[in-house]
Write a protein that binds this ligand. Sequence first.
Ligand code: GDP
Length: 333
Amino acid sequence: MAEGKTGNGAAAGAMARAVIAGERRALAQAITLIESTRIDDRGKAEKLVEALLPQSGKSIRLGISGSPGVGKSTFIEAFGLHLLNHGHKLAVLAVDPSSPLSGGSILGDKTRMEELARDERAFIRPSPSGGTLGGVARRTREAMLACEAAGFDVVIIETVGVGQSEIAVADMVDMFMLLLSPGGGDDLQGIKRGIVEIADTIVVTKRDGEFFNAASQMAADYRGALAFLRPPTEGWTVPVLTCSAAKRTGMEQIWSTVQKHHVTVETSGALARKRAAQNEAWLWSEVREGLIERFRDHADVAATLDQTEAAVKSGALAPTAAARKLLDRFAKS
Ligand code: GDP
C-alpha cells in the first residue's frame, strides 16, 4: 500500500492504541518514530502524538539536573526504586546537550540505572542523539506524552548541568530538582550560573561516610543563600533536602516533597498556568525552528546565503541590512 496520508493515519492509530494499552514494545517503537529525523516519518509521528495527546498530561513531570559525577544516575536508581515500591510506574527520559555538539554523549554511553532498567514497572530511554537542543527537546517532550499515555504516572527528565539544557528541561516539567554533592566543586557556584533560581527543590546527595558532614554543611549554606532568592513558584518555598543515594536514605522525604509541591501547584492553579505557558512556548519554538528550516531550504535564499554570510563576516555588509534582504527574498515567493 502506498504510504499516503490515510496509511499514515491508520498505522499511527494502531500504534497509539497499543501504546495506550501499555505495550512496552509499542511505546519503544513510538518513541523511535518520534525521534526519527526522516522527513517521511514526520507525518506519521504527528498523527501518533495527536492520537496520544488526550491520554497524556496525567503524570508528575519531574526534571532532574546536576553536574557530571554529582550522582544523578545513582540517585534516579534509588529514588526510582522507592517510587516503584510505592506502587508507581516511572519513565526516565534524558536530554543530553553533548550529543548535538560532539556527537558523543555524557548521559547515554555507560550502563546506568541497571536495577531500574530491569524492572517492568520502569521505562528508561537514553537521549535521542543528534540535532539541535531545540530538536532534542521537542522529541523529549513528545516522548514524555507517549510515556504518559502508556500509563507512567511519574516521568523524570534528566539532564546534565551544563549549558542551556536545564532551561530546556525546566520548560517542560512541573518541578525542577537540582542535585548537588559535596566535593564536586559546586559550592554555591550554582547561584552564579542562575540554575539555583529555577530550582523548585535542591537535593544534596552523598550524605554518607566521609561526605556526611560536608553534605550537611552544604545544605545549610544553600538554605542560607536561598533566603535571598525569590522562589520560582509563588506560594512555594524551595526546600534544601539531603540524601544518600548509595545508602538509599532520604528518599521518603524527597518523594513526599515532590508530592507536596504537586498538590500545592495543582490547588493554586499554578500547575495549569505553567503547563499552558509551556505549551504556548513550545508552539513558538516549533514555529521558529520550522521557519528557519524553510528559510534555509528556500531556493532564492539558498542561492545567495553563502555570499551574504561572507559579506557580513568580512564587514562589507551590515547584518541588519543583510537579514532584511534575505527575509525579503524569502517573503516574495
Ligand atoms: P552522574 O554522572 O551524575 O550520573 O553520577 P553517578 O550516579 O554516575 O555517580 C558518580 C559517582 O558518585 C560514582 O562513583 C558513584 O558511585 C558516586 N555516588 C553516587 N551517589 C553516591 C552517594 O550517595 N554516596 C556516595 N558516597 N557516592 C555516590
